[in-house]
Structure formats: C-alpha cells, structure tokens
Design a protein around this ligand. Structure first.
Ligand code: CU
Length: 228
C-alpha cells in the first residue's frame, strides 16, 4: 500500500508538472487568450485533483471489498452523515463560486466591447462560405477572405499598436467568427451586431474559422488575421 501511495503521489506531481510546463511554454498572443488560459488551467488542475480523489477512494473500497477483512457492524450501519453532507456541499459551492468569480471580469470585459472607443471599426460579415471585411468609413474597402478563382486566403491585416472594434454580423445564416489562438469566438447573426474589441495583439498570423454549423462547406470557411 505504501508503495502504491508513493507511486500515485509521483504520478500526480508528474502530471501537474506536465500541465505547468505545457502552459508556460506557450505565450498567449493577447489578453483574452491569456485570461482564458489561466481559467482553463485552474479548472484543469481542480478536475485532476477531483478525479484522483475519486479514483483513490474507488481503489481503497475495491481493495477492502476484495480482502477478507471483516467489516465491523458500525461501518455497515452508516446511512447518513451530517458532517459529510455539509462538508461536500460547502466545498462544491465554494469551488463553483470561485470559478464563477474568476470568469466574471474577462466575460464582462468581452460583453462590454460595443461601448469601447477604437481607432478603427471593421465590419465582419459571414457568408456561405467565406468572410467579408470592410473598414467603416472607408469607401471600397470591402474584401473577402477567399479569392474565389485561386482559392487563396486573403488576410485581414491589423497593426499591433492600433485598437480595433470588430462588428460581426451575417449576410445569410448564423455563423460564428472563431479565432482560437486569440481566445475569442463571436456569433455572426443576420440582422444583429456582435462586437469584439482588440488591442495589443502580438505580431503573427492567426487562423479564422467558422464555429457554427452553417451548411455543406462549413468545415472550409477560412480566414486569416495577420498582425504586423
Ligand atoms: Cu459558417
């Protein structure tokens, strides 16, 4: 049993070190992604701790069940335990409230994007099956994310030290403007605008994809954000 305990402990420590290494090696290119990663990391660690607790309890019980150790009548007669009931209700409530409160500031920040003043406003329009971008207030600035003759992806080029407000909508069905590496996903709904405020993105190329099933070519609705 002692050997098993030591092995389990090593396994847990190794796993946590692995998660930590994995995350510290990938730098988040912007604020949304950084906060999203932080919350994900906390949830992952909590989940791993809970999974290991449940597994250890199951193993201990199984071993006890399989062994020929006599079970005392006292152990059989436990049907209710107030301390346990209150304990796990409290712990679970505190954990859920904690996750709720750490998620609140980034969510509020994201939800209040339409109130923000940006240097440039860009309208993003979803189509079956490409994206259309246009700079507000600039005539003939509209272009599509896909060159229909060559199949080439045309990037939306942004400057690192400029702030942007994306006004996302759709021309046909519901799409979702998803940029995984930048940690945001916004529904593109016909007749309605959703907003994303962007600032301080590290230079690089970030793939855009559609995250709402919108028809046969949903899987291939490419786009690219290029920050220079
Ligand atoms: Cu789509």
């Amino acid at each position: 049993m002692n050997k098993l305990r030591r092995k389990s402990l090593l396994f847990v420590l190794g796993f946590l070190a692995l998660i930590n290494g994995l995350y510290s090696s990938i730098a988040a290119p912007n604020d949304y992604r950084e906060k999203y990663d932080e919350i994900f990391k906390i949830q992952l660690i909590l989940s791993v701790i809970i999974i290991i607790m449940v597994l250890v309890m199951a193993i201990v019980l199984l071993r006890k069940y399989k062994s020929n150790e006599a079970i005392s009548p006292k152990e059989i007669k436990v049907f209710h335990n107030n301390k346990l009931e209150i304990g796990w209700t409290l712990v679970a409530t505190v954990l859920v409230l904690y996750l709720f409160f750490i998620s609140l500031p980034p969510t509020e920040n994201f939800a209040a994007a339409n109130n923000k003043q940006a240097d440039v406003t860009i309208s993003v329009i979803g189509h079956q099956f490409y994206w259309e971008f246009a700079i507000e207030g600039v005539v003939n600035s509209s272009f599509t994310s896909l060159n229909f003759t060559t199949g080439e992806i045309i990037p939306l080029v942004l400057f690192q030290n400029t702030t942007y407000l994306l006004k996302v909508t759709s021309a046909d069905v519901i799409h979702s403007f998803f940029v995984p590496e930048l940690g945001f996903k916004v529904d593109a709904v016909p007749g309605h605008y959703n907003y994303v405020y962007l600032e301080n993105i590290q230079k690089g190329e970030y793939r855009v994809t559609c995250a709402e099933y919108c028809g046969v070519n949903h899987y291939n609705m490419p786009g690219l954000i290029k920050v220079v």
